[in-house]
Design a protein around this ligand. Sequence first.
Ligand code: HEM
Length: 143
Amino acid sequence: MVNHLKTALLMMSVLLVACATPTKTPISLYEEIGGQPTIEAITDNFIDEISFNKDIYRYFEKTNITRFREKFIEHLCVDTGGPCTYTGDTMLKVHQGQKITETDFNLTVDLLVNAMKKAGLTYVQQNRVLKVLAPMRGEMLYK
Ligand code: HEM
């Protein structure tokens, strides 16, 4: 009888522990890198990088940088799983007519990597961002 009680108590405690353990919801890349302040830091670093690179800056000569900053922040927020809504134009529409070459696309990605590094992202986190952006490449090149 005592043994039965012991077994019952043991089972109850196992159940209690199982119920009390919170189920882990995986955090988004957005949260992992530090949320909105980090997204803004990456964007500001990226704008700096672009402004110092004459091959890439030439594409942005007539751009309203305030708008670019706002829309890029929204885009990056959504790309990393953050709680934002992108209100800009499609990647196709925005980059159409710019005739972006593969070399310049790759160079821009390098500038973005510098921007992410300066914002403190690890190598793995940088690659997770690039993995999300990679499929958009086709909407931008030679259009
Ligand atoms: C890495 C992938 C890229 C992403 C995610 C991206 C994203 C964006 C976003 C969100 C905007 C603002 C859209 C809006 O105003 O509605 C934008 C604008 C722009 N992007 Fe990109 N872009 C990328 C690559 C490039 C490259 C490779 C170039 C050129 C070398 C470029 C040149 C521009 C220019 C010039 C504008 C401003 C267009 C204007 O003045 O209206 N982008 N991009």
